[in-house]
Design a protein around this ligand. Structure first.
Ligand SMILES: [Zn+2]
Ligand SMILES: [Zn+2]
Length: 247
């Protein structure tokens, strides 16, 4: 049975490829196009801030993707017979796992303190890579906001320059900048929403998985144990399969 190690493992996802393409578009657009039109007093500072956020986004994307979020018990031959901690048995991969681990069908293994499976990094998000994931979404939000504001400034400068506003090159430039501004504005809304959501989850001490479980349980008017509430484990338990207690 094929078990994925991390986000670099096959199969790759379409969203993962799109995220690399998005980074390429952002980097080239800002450093080779926008800077030529936004010669303001704060130009140097803007370039430094953008490239810092750019570096943080790409590096945190790679780290989140490369880290193996699997349950540590999958790799350690730990003797659990004398241990009084509570472990679970995953009946999908037949592994002994920690209490808050959960099996991901995409990665085909149990993830330590599972949060969700992210297709943008093509990897599961668990406690091992949650910090880098959080840095990623904050960096992408701020980077998108900076590009949006710079695109607005560049558009304003282009249209206020009467001498060049009718030139074909300038019109093409303006069209590109407006498109980039709208694209990055979508990024601000999208990443801003995700960052806000995860900030609230962090403050409440709840994972995305637990949140989804509780939401589903409330919708179905069911009171279920915290560990077992989720749409997949619901079906697993009714089928007498899936996660069960004990070593
Ligand atoms: Zn498993
Ligand atoms: Zn996964």
């Amino acid at each position: 049975m094929y078990v994925r190690k991390n986000g670099i493992s096959c199969p790759w996802s379409l969203k993962q490829a799109l995220s690399y393409f998005g980074f390429l578009v952002y980097g080239l657009s800002y450093n080779m196009v926008i800077v030529t039109k936004t010669q303001t007093d704060y130009q140097t500072m803007r370039i430094i801030i953008f490239n810092f956020l750019y570096f943080m986004s790409i590096s945190s994307h790679i780290v989140t993707s490369v880290i193996d979020p699997g349950d540590p018990l999958l790799y350690r031959g730990k003797d659990l017979s004398q241990d009084e901690s509570i472990y679970l048995r995953c009946t999908i991969c037949n592994s002994t796992i920690n209490l808050f681990s959960r099996h991901c069908v995409t990665c085909n293994k149990c993830i330590y303190k599972y949060d969700h499976h992210c297709q943008w990094v093509n990897n599961c998000i668990g406690s091992k890579n949650y910090k880098s994931f959080f840095v990623l979404i904050i960096s992408c939000t701020l980077m998108s906001a900076l590009i949006t504001s710079s695109s607005v400034t560049a558009t304003f400068i282009t249209f206020s320059d009467e001498q060049n506003s009718n030139a074909v090159d300038e019109q093409g430039f303006a069209s590109f900048i407006i498109f980039l501004g709208m694209f990055s504005l979508f990024g601000v809304i999208y990443f801003g929403y995700i960052t806000t959501f995860h900030s609230v989850m962090l403050l409440k001490g709840v994972t995305t998985y637990e949140y989804a479980c509780r939401k589903r349980a409330l919708k179905n008017h069911k009171i279920v144990p915290r560990i077992t509430v989720d749409k997949e484990s619901f079906s697993m338990h009714t089928d007498m399969a899936g996660i069960s207690f004990g070593n």
